[in-house]
Design a protein around this ligand. Structure first.
Ligand code: F6P
Length: 192
């Protein structure tokens, strides 16, 4: 592929509450990001005809909805499944499931939420997506923090077990251009 565009969804109501997982709507600030996204994309993609891939969750679909390109929803792009911890804050997890909280802190890549997934699981379920990106051109992916970290690490040639620590802020469009020996990266923060 020539370049790949990556973005997290706009801020969600759950982001505001500090809750993980779930299927919340975007907040009014997230909505402002969704509205700013077409111009942000045009400034780095020009007239290229992109194809937008989102997850099946409302916050990514809502974020992409003003982009006038073909769109595809992938279940494999849904956020890491946090199992019994879904819809809790990190504080609530620490209070209700202290052992899980500690285990995740000690090995964030391998820790699998009870009834859910680990980063390692996410990396594996992303394999078909990565293969599809590799043989496509002009793909823009609107997805979630953990998923984006794994995709980002892959294209930046960072070992997969470092994925949990990749920095992928909200409201920032990332453009990756793979070259022969490295990947060129540009970041475009939205002015919202
Ligand atoms: O808080 C937003 C979020 O996307 C959660 O839904 C998800 O569980 C979390 O980020 C992943 O980040 P971390 O692996 O650092 O908990």
């Amino acid at each position: 592929p020539r370049s790949i565009w990556l973005s997290r969804h706009g801020e969600s109501e759950f982001n505001l509450l500090g809750k993980i997982g779930g299927d919340a709507d975007i907040s009014s600030r997230g909505e402002a990001y969704a509205r700013a996204l077409p111009d942000l994309v045009r400034s780095s993609a020009g007239d290229l005809k992109l194809t937008i891939w989102t997850s099946t969750l409302k916050r990514t679909v809502q974020t992409a909805r003003f982009l006038k390109y073909d769109k595809l929803e992938w279940k494999a792009l849904d956020e890491i499944d946090s199992g019994i911890c879904d819809c809790l804050t990190y504080q609530e997890i620490e209070d209700q499931f202290p052992e899980d909280f500690k285990a995740r802190d000690e090995d964030k890549y391998n820790y699998r939420y009870r009834g859910g997934e680990s980063y390692r699981d996410v990396v594996i379920r992303l394999e078909p997506i990565i293969m599809e990106i590799e043989r496509s051109e002009n793909i823009m992916i609107v997805t979630h923090q953990a998923v984006l970290r794994c995709i980002y690490a892959y294209f930046m040639n960072v070992p997969q077990d470092q994925s949990p620590w990749m920095v992928v802020p909200l409201h920032t469009l990332i453009k990756l251009t793979p070259k022969a020996y490295s990947t060129h990266e540009e970041r475009f923060p939205a002015n919202i």
